[in-house]
Ligand binder design. Structure first.
Ligand SMILES: [Zn+2]
Length: 360
């Protein structure tokens, strides 16, 4: 097997079911984007020989890809995985240290040590948040993958409450609500260690979500960001939404449904995503496209509108998305497409103005 010119080896023997040992080609974009995010971060903070952790290595593909950026420590609880990582290092003529520990033990033993940690579990990342927050340096980047999207997108609200302590919302922008719940959970966990987790690029793709944030030691910054933990209100009657806790719909006065607590701030830092785009190889088209879209919508906070959903609420014919975008631009509103899907637009325009434009 190969990815971006690197040879990878599947572990011998029967892998245990709990281990993510097999190469997953569906995560290619995730790995591309994470690599470029790490590269961009190290340029910005000027760390010359950063310590990098791949605590749930599996085949080792993530760590192998990062190994040109710094000193990578690979870790996997499965001895067969450890063997295949070593094989991968040798075959690709790369350097790295390989460990055979439980991921939480591995990270807890290395407090404040890593400048980049990539947590890529099979399922929720919540099991690893504590040890990740310990192991992250006061000047570091942390990436967390979540593949348990069905709970925070509202299919299993009780599981979401139990796992994330938040109420989800099942509607056209449920994947954005889920992303905001993930960020909130990461932020809160890091805050317990007086560390501030600030989103640099967060996105949803295929069946997973990925949040990548910068970690700093700053009580002041953490306190300031506490204002970004809140709720979101949604009207099931007309599709109105706002990133605040409001009982009555601002458009039709119906009772709203409230989701949260969740992250109400930006999902990406556009200064960072712009720098990432400068570092992005042209050939990695699909991955680059995601970053371009996330960058274009980074400054607009209102959860995106699914035009099909909005039209069904109001008995309207679905207009061409680009026409709606152009009309809103002419009116002077910030508006963009969204990486969440081809039927979505992101804008801070009022629902009334959006509906007027769609009726025209
Ligand atoms: Zn309403």
């Amino acid at each position: 097997m190969e990815e971006r010119g690197l040879k990878i080896f599947a572990p011998n023997g029967e892998p245990r079911k709990s281990d993510e040992v097999f190469y997953n080609p569906e995560m290619l974009e995730n790995r591309d984007i994470s690599l470029i995010a790490a590269k961009t971060f190290f340029q910005k903070v000027e760390i010359e020989q950063p310590n990098i952790a791949d605590p749930l290595s599996g085949t080792g593909i993530r760590g192998l890809r990062y190994s040109k950026l710094g000193n990578v420590q690979f870790n996997d609880a499965n001895p067969n995985a450890v063997e295949s990582i070593s094989k991968g290092l040798e075959a690709n003529e790369l350097k790295g240290e390989v460990f055979n520990e439980d991921a939480n033990v591995f990270m807890s033993d290395r407090p404040n040590y890593f400048h980049f940690i990539d947590v890529d579990p099979y399922g929720p990342f919540t099991d690893f948040l504590d040890s990740t927050a310990r192991a992250a340096n006061y000047q570091s980047l942390v990436g967390l993958t979540a593949t348990d999207n069905s709970a925070p997108t509202g299919s299993y609200p009780t599981v979401c409450q139990r796992r994330y302590g938040s109420k989800p919302l099942k509607n056209g922008f449920m994947h954005e609500t889920a992303l905001r719940i993930y960020i909130k959970e990461a932020f809160r966990n890091f805050a317990r260690y007086d560390k501030c987790f600030e989103p640099k690029i967060c996105f949803q793709h295929r069946h997973y979500a990925r949040i990548i944030g910068r970690v700093t030691e700053s009580k002041r910054r953490t306190n300031r960001n506490l204002d970004n933990i809140g709720h979101l209100s949604y009207c099931k009657n007309c599709g109105w939404r706002k990133l605040e806790r409001i009982e009555k719909c601002g458009h039709c006065d119906s009772q709203t449904t409230i989701a949260g607590p969740l992250w109400t701030g930006k999902l990406a830092d556009s200064r960072f995503t712009e720098k990432m785009l400068e570092n992005f190889p042209e050939k990695w088209e699909a991955s680059r496209k995601i970053v371009e879209l996330v960058d274009s919508e980074a400054e607009i906070l209102t959860p995106f509108y699914d035009l099909h959903e909005l039209c069904s609420y109001h008995g309207l014919q679905v207009p061409k998305r680009d026409k709606v975008i152009q009309a809103l631009e002419r009116k002077g509103y910030p508006v963009s497409r969204t990486h969440f899907g081809p039927r979505g637009i992101r804008t801070d325009a009022s629902l009334e103005d959006i509906l007027n434009i769609m009726e025209e």
